[in-house]
Design a protein around this ligand. Sequence first.
Ligand code: AP5
Ligand code: MG
Ligand code: ZN
Length: 219
Amino acid sequence: MKTTNLVLLGPPGAGKGTQAEKLTAEFAIPHISTGDIFRAAIKDQTPLGKKAQKYLDGGELVPDEIVIGIVAERLRQQDTEGGFLLDGFPRTVPQADALTDFLTAEGRRLTAVINIAVPPEVLVKRLSGRRICRQCGAVYHVERKKEKQAGVCDQCGGPLYQREDDREEIVRNRLEVYFRQTEPLIRYYQEAGLLLEVNGDQDIAGVYQEIITALRGTG
Ligand code: AP5
Ligand code: MG
Ligand code: ZN
């Protein structure tokens, strides 16, 4: 069976989580979102959650050594052997280097890195309108992807909530952090011959189609 090891790159609000849901269902691979891992740890007040909380609340990055350890541990689990999708990792050059080293040491490699490009002014709107299911993580938007019954998830009936860091001033800081620390990875993966660029400023189905088409050319 063909292994599909994907990374979704893109600014906050680009639609990484939205596309990840579709892609992981299509390829039957686990969805590894570092943001989701941290939010779950914060909710449960685990030692990791206690360390991570102040960074997420302020829209800053969790230190590399913490994130790298978490992802390495996750990628050692058996369910990633047939492929995986990383959403929100790597986010810095040291994280990308650590991922390359880790995979190489295990005789694995990335299939592709998909960069979802969206202009900054669109991102603030998307994030401030985002709502998420507390139970299953499904993502909605108050204008563009409304749930059928107000405040209730279409997929599982769970309650919807707004993320702490989706408040406008925190969103602006997340974007600054993205441009400073994460955007250099576009070039990094271009040089590695792994980058697929997609236009994220179109409807959700259109972005998905572009990703699927781009992936056909990879091996
Ligand atoms: P994380 O959870 O990764 O957040 P993020 O990168 O800021 O990305 P988002 O989840 O906000 O956006 P998304 O691209 O997933 O968009 P979505 O699909 O939801 O990270 C959070 C925090 O955790 C970080 O700030 C940091 O503190 C920490 N962290 C995580 N990873 C880390 C790492 N590697 N290193 C260090 N720290 C780390 O869509 C957004 C909205 O837009 C939704 O409402 C959706 O419905 C809507 N939408 C989606 N697609 C479209 C479309 N095509 N058209 C219109 N609307 C759309
Ligand atoms: Mg996300
Ligand atoms: Zn749900």
